[in-house]
Design a protein around this ligand. Structure first.
Ligand SMILES: [Zn+2]
Length: 436
């Protein structure tokens, strides 16, 4: 066995570990991210994961594949830095990878499987579905069909795993920067709490509705969001610069957009690869920039645009429903993104009061198990109804809801797992009951 654990503080069995961010409960390790801890380095994560190895039950295969995903993310990140001419100092493979390797090795030994494999062989397995690995992993049937690598890039499953282990890869770095730019742009462009919240919700939705824009669009955004930073640049331009990649062009630009999700597709392969998107004949969009077009950064697409489609559908369906007019108040990203949607049921009469508040967190993630492990309900906003809403393409997968509920069980209480259509139905029924 080549894997070696990073040094860690031993914790007596069954005692709570005091390392920040590692919540050890019985045989289960849960990671989650707090805003102030977003900067956790990989070495720290490595120490935590090594701790996980000591403490967690060795049969927790989700932890193993999460560690491998986190390790792969770091390996790919190093490779892209090396390709850009940077000197890579780190000699050893990432700690998360080494711990994942070691856990897998022990799993193989337990099952009397082959023990003569090395890192390169394991890397090759990562491009194959887990079901074909020479070790039986206790993952759900759907997750067993997943791979960690697709075309030498992290798969959607591996992205989810790497995020759960909060490894600092490029995508996460961009995600964090986009969040920070969203918040600071909104804060600088509002004088009241309400104005800031509205600016935030507008800009957050902007990233869901616009995958490709021009410098003309940015100018009109700057007209509406005028606050500037200390260098005299508008904050909103700073947001666009981190969320999009700019490209100088001349003359009109033709793009093909998927009609389902509005992601850019190309002529040769008109498939958008957006989870759950039904696609269709691409829409032709001709943009007329002055000199620059902006296309969404991959991370913006992965973490804001694609998963945002489900919350956008829910918000639009509620706002467009005339039967709900005057009965329900819908707030997107309330209190600067504590939740995705706040639904307030109003009393009848000229001076309506809020009778009940329901909170909705919409999640579109490939693995129900990993989603359940990473999920927390924000306590800041008191809600009588709490819903974790799933897009139909996830909810319809066999076992997805059952697996998610089993992961949440005992860890997150009082949250109802529901698909987007049933959620809308329940909101309409409740509005009718309270305000006939
Ligand atoms: Zn699409």
């Amino acid at each position: 066995m080549t894997a070696k654990s990073a040094p860690v503080d031993p914790v007596p069995a069954r005692e709570e570990c005091r390392t920040p961010d590692v919540y050890f409960t019985g045989s289960r390790i849960n990671w989650f991210r707090k805003p102030e801890d977003m900067g956790t380095s990989l070495e720290e994560a490595g120490a935590q994961t090594a701790l996980a190895e000591l403490q967690a039950s060795p049969d927790d295969d989700y932890l193993t594949v999460t560690l491998l995903a986190a390790g792969l993310a770091e390996i790919l990140h190093r490779r892209s830095r090396a390709q850009q001419g940077e000197t890579i100092e780190e000699g050893l493979l990432p700690p998360a990878w080494r711990v994942g390797f070691s856990r897998l090795w022990w799993r193989c030994a337990e099952q009397s499987g082959p023990l003569d494999w090395d890192d390169l062989r394991l890397l090759r397995w990562c491009a194959e579905p887990f079901s074909t690995w020479p070790v039986i992993l206790d993952l759900s049937p759907t997750d067993l069909q997943q791979t960690l690598l697709v075309d030498e890039q992290l798969s959607e499953f591996a992205e989810q795993g790497a995020r759960l282990a909060h490894v600092d890869v490029e995508a996460e770095w961009v995600e964090r920067q986009v969040y920070e730019a969203l918040r600071s742009t909104a804060a600088a462009n509002g004088t009241t709490k309400k104005e800031v919240e509205e600016a935030y919700a507008y800009l957050r939705r902007y990233l869901i509705d616009h995958t490709v824009i021009t410098d003309r669009t940015v100018l009109s955004l700057e007209h509406n969001f005028r606050a500037k930073d200390s260098s005299g640049r508008t904050m909103v331009r700073g947001l666009i610069d981190v969320a999009y990649r700019s490209r100088p062009v001349s003359g009109p630009q033709r793009f093909l957009l998927c009609p389902g999700c509005h992601n850019v597709v190309n002529d040769l392969a008109p498939s958008c690869h957006t989870p759950g998107c039904l696609g269709g004949d691409p829409l032709v969009s001709v943009l007329e920039p002055l000199a620059v077009v902006y296309e969404q950064h991959r991370a913006t697409r992965l973490y804001f645009h694609d998963p945002g489609l489900v919350e956008a559908r829910i918000i639009d369906a509620l706002r467009d429903d005339e039967r709900l007019a005057g009965k329900v108040r819908v707030t997107a990203y309330p209190e600067v993104d504590v939740l995705d949607v706040l639904v307030e049921f109003l009393s009848p009469g000229p001076n309506p009061v809020v009778l009940e508040s329901w909170g909705v967190d919409a999640k579109d993630q490939v693995s129900a198990h990993l989603l359940g492990r990473g999920f927390i309900w924000p306590q800041r906003l008191p809600c009588t109804g709490r819903f974790l809403a799933l897009p139909m393409h996830r909810a319809r997968q066999p076992q997805y809801v059952t697996d998610l509920r089993s992961e949440l069980d005992g860890r997150v209480s009082g949250v109802v797992v529901i698909d987007e259509q049933r959620l809308l139905k329940r909101i309409r029924e409740r509005a009718e009951e309270l305000h006939p």
